[in-house]
Design a protein around this ligand. Sequence first.
Ligand code: UGA
Length: 437
Amino acid sequence: MRISVIGCGYLGAVHAACMAKLGHHVTGIDVDERKVAELSAAVAPFYEPGLEDLLQEVQSTGRLSFTTDMAATAGSDVHFICVGTPQKKGENAADMTYVDAAVRALLPYLSPGQVVVGKSTVPVGTASRLADTIAGAQPDVHLVWNPEFLREGHAVSDTLNPDRFVYGVSDGSEEHPAVAILDEVYDTPLSAGTPRLVSDLATAELVKTAANSFLATKISFINAMAELCEAAGADVTQLADAIGMDDRIGRKFLHAGIGFGGGCLPKDIRAFMARAGELGADQALTFLREVDAINMRRRSRVVELTRELCGGSLLGKRITVLGAAFKPESDDVRDSPALSIAAQLQLQGAVVTVTDPKALANAARRFPELQYVEDTDSAVMNADALLLLTEWQQYRELDPHSLKQSVKELRILDGRNVLDPAKWRAAGWHYRGLGRP
Ligand code: UGA
């Protein structure tokens, strides 16, 4: 099929490459010329495992191209909307500017029989509004809401082998003409057994925000338990192992630590609360305010623990933060808890050095006042304390014995509870985890 993908960020660039991998002819469109130039040269504009290899592989087939020119969408059977919906400045609500602009720009190029597919995460009600806009311009074009559930760091495999497809269509019916067209797009994963659900537009939009809210709630639940464990002298990692053995609960997303960040979970729960308020259903989501508050409390807790670890004062203490990305296998620093902690420590008088295998360039753009060192060995040199805040494999594997020669003081705060406390303590380190004795 001929496919256009509008918006080539974390979602769109991966989606475009994966659709070409599935055999379609794909044009990716983005307003950012630099991004288009890089993608055209099969260079990934951000770090995502497997993306660059995939870009190279599919571009050699001639089935994938990128441009800034919206006119290139003319003639596509399916147009995917993959632009961002960031949090509005100073408000909880999502900023719909990019989605609205993308749809408006697409209207002149639509032809009868084509399908517009929304993948961006939007406040419920958006799809029906956009469907009206599209119908006003081109009555024979259908809109489907097809939320995306990919995780950064696993984006390629999540797109090629998702755990489910959700299609929201205006009448919520399997017989809707757009269903068969989208089935053709996703023929390979559907044939491999990926389940798909057809719903109305509003349900499809809500599935996405509900899923992210559930995940955020699960993380804040275990972080609340970590607070309790700290107060009671218990161990949250053992608690998570034990409750996670109950199938109904499950162990996934029960990793207590410095909390969630990134471009999705934090802004999605806030936009969801804002939208619920507009709909007069704000009470239903007041618990998400607590989920957000628990999450933000982790960051200040780490600052306090670091102060304790450093003997009561942060002034002039050399702190090395291991990890800047919001999670490993990503260079994304949007709302990264690690960086936010690093900045708070610096504000309180510590001398902070941040290291990360992939995210330093993005981190330096966001917090230019911090010091960044690429190489771990140099970053830890003469440190008064180490803080492991993003659990990259190379930090999980750090050797407490060899590190002893480099640092000034043997102090480590394990913000992700991924190190073996017994091993570090046996090597002479003052080890602190979160929610652990
Ligand atoms: C999240 C969802 O998991 C995806 O399904 C969704 O498609 C995506 O948002 C999106 O809306 O686009 P992502 O933001 O890539 O994906 O990251 P997650 O893997 O969900 O991790 C989010 C944050 O939670 C990270 O900072 C991670 O370190 C933290 N986390 C995760 C914990 O603190 N504890 C856990 O147990 C799990």
